[in-house]
Design a protein around this ligand. Sequence first.
Ligand SMILES: Nc1ncnc2c1ncn2[C@@H]1O[C@H](COP(=O)(O)OP(=O)(O)OP(=O)(O)O)[C@@H](O)[C@H]1O
Ligand SMILES: [Mg+2]
Length: 282
Amino acid sequence: VHWLASFGRVYLEAGRPVRMLGVNMDITERKQAEIAIRDLNDDLEQRVRRRTEELQAANKELEAFAYSVSHDLRAPLRGIDGWSLALAEDYDSQLDDRARQYIARVRSETQRMGTLIDEMLRLSRVSYAEMNHSFVDLSAVARVISARLADRNHGRRVEFGIATGLAVDGDIRLLEIALANLFENAVKFTAPRAIARVDFDSIQQDGQTIFRIRDNGVGFDMAYSSSLFGAFQRLHRSSEFAGSGVGLAIVQRVIHRHRGRVWAEAEPDRGATFYFTLASHE
Ligand SMILES: Nc1ncnc2c1ncn2[C@@H]1O[C@H](COP(=O)(O)OP(=O)(O)OP(=O)(O)O)[C@@H](O)[C@H]1O
Ligand SMILES: [Mg+2]
C-alpha cells in the first residue's frame, strides 16, 4: 500500500500542542496506474523501434529496387533509340516526311525517358550512399558552389551573401549535393531579376540551428507547397524554367538522412526561402 501525506497541521494553545489534523491518502491505485502506464510506454517504445527498423529495411529494399529497375531500363531504351536511328538512316529514301517526323518523335521521347531514368538514378544514389560523418564547413562549401554558379551565369548579375562560420557534423558529399541544388534553384528562379540576390545564413530557434537560403526570385504560391519536395514535381513550366523536378527531392533525402527537416516559405514574385535543420547522426 502506498500512502501520500497531503498536509498536516498542528494546533497550539499557549504554546502547547492540543490537536493535530492531517490527511493521508491511499494512493495505491494511482501508483498501480503509474506502473501500468510505464509498462505501456516501454511496450510502445519497443514496438515503435521495431516498426521503424522494419520500415527502414523496406525503404532500403525499395531504393535498391528503384536503382536496379532504372539501371535495367536503360539498355532497352538505348535499343529503341538505336533501332529508330537505324530505320531513319537506312530507309531514308523510302520514307516520306511524315514517317521521318514520327521517327524523330520516337527518338526525342526516348531521350526524354532517358533523362528521367538518369534523374531517378541520381535520386536513389543519394539514398543509397554510405554516410561518412565529419566536421563540415558549410560556409566554405557554399562559397565553392556560388563561385561555380557565378561562373556558369556570366551574363547575369547575381550577388551572393554567405554567412561565415556555418559548421555542422554531417556527410560533406551529401550536404554539398543538397546545398548545390538549393543554390541552383535560387539562381534559376531569380533569372528575371536585374540584380539577383541569394543569401545563406543561419538563425537560432529554441536552441536549434536553422539554416536558410533566401532569394529575391519569382517565388511560388504556398498553396502548392505540399508537392514541392516530391520527385518530378514542379511548380513552374519547363518552358519558363528548365528542370525535371528532382532537385528538391534530393535535398529532402539528404536532410532526412541527417535526421533534419526541410521546408520553404514563399510568395509569388516575392522570392523564396528554404529552411533546413540537421540533427547529424543517422
Ligand atoms: N528558389 C525557388 N524559387 C521559386 N520556386 C522554386 C524554388 N526552388 C524550387 N522551386 C519550385 O519547386 C520546383 C521543384 O524544384 P526542384 O529543384 O525539385 O526542380 P527543378 O529545379 O525544377 O528541376 P531540377 O532540380 O531537377 O533541375 C521547381 O520546379 C519550382 O517550381
Ligand atoms: Mg532544382
